[in-house]
Design a protein around this ligand. Structure first.
Ligand code: COI
Length: 354
């Protein structure tokens, strides 16, 4: 049990919800925010004052260390509603663990995992009217932590905030995506911060993604920083290939984020009887599979996106097209979505009520 008893979360609700002003069935993730936010402060070596309050601007000192040195991490998760309207969370325990993995890597304090889950449950229950019900839609939850100590000096901060905000989200990519196999910029290096969900990883990806989009692609296919040969991630997602009836995905060798959708897809595919191997994958292997006719499909996995089918990987020297006949990814996406909404049995015990 954490030092802070979870029942101590202080709740101040808005007088009137803004939810009726938003068309929940036609929303784009990240534009609208729910009525409340969860906040907890870290000071004098402990987390204190957990509270749910009306969403508001947060006063930030211009010397807050997150603004200067990037001690900032986040999580992404989605809440859905069951048929009878119960708000549901998916594998929140894994998000709690990964937040703390990231916190440790970035020199930040760990957040008590039981408080993380209790805060999410209480917050989601309060915001349940904001959960869209259209197929593929959900309430995107964004837990995050940042250094808010005002200090201009290079060391770990001693004051932090952990917060949760939420934004109703429609389906992300509703079409197949084209990837630019990036051979100049890298997302992460072994020993770097690529394994952590650190804000700076995403900042480093912004300009290369803009360049890829200007060339007509949707996302960047990130390759390893040493040889530009091993496949790592795609945009903000993990990647899977199906070759000769079997699935492969890059192993987590130190620079790849351990996606919760990734781990769920591995378990689900195995449960359905498919062979899935986690190992290093060279882009040259995908080219060979494409040439000898064994390349069947590829898809990206992530919380925000869900499962995104890949139709092409290319750059100036390369164009790999995916046949995508009867893709298994459609079944995986459908099954996962049904598990998440308790429409079918959850054989893994992944779903909890908020
Ligand atoms: C998520 O899938 O939760 C992400 O982190 C993607 C986000 C950067 C939009």
């Amino acid at each position: 049990m954490s030092e802070i008893m979870t029942s101590e979360i202080k709740i101040t609700k808005v007088k009137e919800s803004r939810v009726s002003q938003v068309d929940l069935e036609n929303v784009t993730m990240g534009f609208n925010f729910t009525d409340h936010m969860f906040i907890c402060d870290y000071e004098n070596g402990e987390w204190q004052n957990p509270r749910i309050e009306p969403l508001a601007l947060i006063p930030t000192h211009p010397a807050a260390m997150a603004l200067h040195y990037g001690q900032a991490i986040f999580e992404g998760m989605k809440a859905r509603k069951s048929k009878n309207g119960t708000p549901l969370l998916f594998r929140a325990d894994e998000n709690a663990k990964r937040l703390n993995f990231s916190a440790d890597r970035m020199g930040m304090p760990l957040f008590p995992e039981d408080l993380f889950i209790e805060a999410l449950k209480q917050f989601t229950a309060i915001e349940k009217d904001w959960i869209p019900s259209k197929e593929g839609s959900a309430l995107y939850l964004r837990p995050f932590m940042y250094a808010d100590e005002p200090f201009i000096g290079m060391r770990a901060a001693t004051k932090f905030k952990f917060m949760i905000i939420a934004s109703p989200a429609g389906p992300f990519f509703s079409r197949k995506i084209k990837l630019y196999a990036e051979k100049k910029y890298v997302r992460a290096v072994n020993g770097g911060t690529g394994e952590a969900k650190a804000a700076g990883n995403y900042a480093a990806a912004i300009r290369p993604t803009e360049y890829a989009k200007a060339k007509g692609y949707d996302q960047v296919l990130w390759l390893d920083a040493h040889d530009f040969e091993y496949i790592q991630e795609v945009g903000t997602m993990n990647i899977f290939f199906k070759i000769g009836g079997k699935f492969i995905t890059p192993s987590l060798t130190g620079s790849i984020l351990s996606g919760i959708t990734r781990m769920s897809v591995i378990d689900l595919l195995r449960h359905k009887g498919f062979e899935v191997t986690e190992r290093p994958i060279k882009i040259s292997e995908i080219i060979v599979a494409s040439q000898n006719g064994t390349l069947e499909e590829a898809f990206g996995t992530g919380t925000a996106v869900g499962i995104a089918m890949i139709e092409e990987i290319g750059n100036n020297d390369l164009s790999i097209k995916f046949p995508l006949e009867n893709p298994v990814s459609i079944m995986v996406n459908d099954t996962l979505n049904k598990i998440k909404k308790q429409e079918i049995e959850d054989p893994f015990g992944w779903v909890i009520e908020a």
